[in-house]
Write a protein that binds this ligand. Sequence first.
Ligand code: AMP
Ligand code: MG
Length: 425
Amino acid sequence: ANLTGDTMRRFDSPDDKGNNPHRMLSLEEAIERSLAATPKLGGETIPLTDAEGRFAASDARAKVSLPCFDNSAMDGYAVKSCDLKSATADSPVGLMCVGVIPAGTFPADSVASETCMKIYTGSPIPDGADAVIMQEDCRSTSGDGATILCNEWVKPWENIRLQGEDVREGDVVFTAGARITAGSIGLLTASGHDRVEVGRRPRVGLLATGSELTEPPGGLKPGEIYESNRAMLASLAARVNAEPTPYPIVPDSLDDTVAALERAFAENDVVVTSGGVSVGDHDHVKPAIELLGGSVDFWKIAVKPGKPFVLGQVGGKPVFGLPGNPVSALVTYLLMVRPALLNMQGARGWRLAKRPGRLVDEMINRGDRRHFARVTIDDQGLVRSAGGQRSHMLGSLAKANGLVDLPPKSRLAKGERIEVISIDQ
Ligand code: AMP
Ligand code: MG
């Protein structure tokens, strides 16, 4: 429901090369540029037991077939199907039991006509047998179990798991860029792997700029606030395998900003700053990047909260300059930085997961930028505003578990079906 039907206002001219400080990019353009600007970090080989959540850097092939050999799906008796054609509960067929095949052994003997072998789930099928009859459909005549009375016919290959029916030796079981899950760790191990090549973890230097910022547990002098973006961004970045390093708070001076950025670039693959990226007299991030010989590619995206935003590079390493307001920092991280951190690891998918939900109350965006509103979504999919939506408000940020993308100048009615972006990813 777009109230005016107009699309996002654009301030750029066609010949703009991205250095116009008033340039406004759509979110899609901004993400595209950020992905294009982030280098792939290359791979490393690690134990599978440490690989959950990482992204495969190369394809992996099965070293063995699964199942490795024809084996039984049941506890019972390995038989020749044709021997039991006439078997019923009233007129059972007797077979002589000629051996036992415990798990982990391979039968030396074979099953001849009118004989059978006791077999367990997962045990190899002996030569000569072409079916397994379940234990429950048999009984033994005497205490020693030498003759087995079978109450039922079993079709050829019934209760047998065939070699290679799941995975064949040489099959690609995992493709480059896929996320390693518990299930894929199971498959890779079963098919003979103990290690896997994955994209390297991006080292992320986290800087917070602002002369008003200080850290708990110390007290606040008049005009000071507790800095919260580094800790919040570190926990978000760790979710996508990054190795975050928080650096000391950077006061609003160009020299301090240059020095802090220089160190962070030297020690990391990517730098994320917060604060100091608007057009105020104390906003030094953009000039500091330029002084370090880097470039700033664009610096406003048409989303709320979130404008302004810097994407730059120094020596080929990307830098993301997030706004200082904690909510804007979180939203721009999720929308812009998270995809880049995934891209650096060679991940195939970087899009944010969404859940379908239904609005309990109407939501309105009167502005001309997309608004990513903080919401709660419950187990039934009912979506409510998480509270105050202004970009300095942390109370609703802690309550929210989702974001709803409200188009510019739109009203979403009560009861409307919407998609909710999960914050916890
Ligand atoms: P700035 O983007 O530097 O203009 O900051 C915008 C607002 O966010 C100001 O109210 C700052 O005090 C606040 N702010 C900036 N950085 C942080 C931070 N790291 N933690 C908490 N608040 C911050
Ligand atoms: Mg500031």
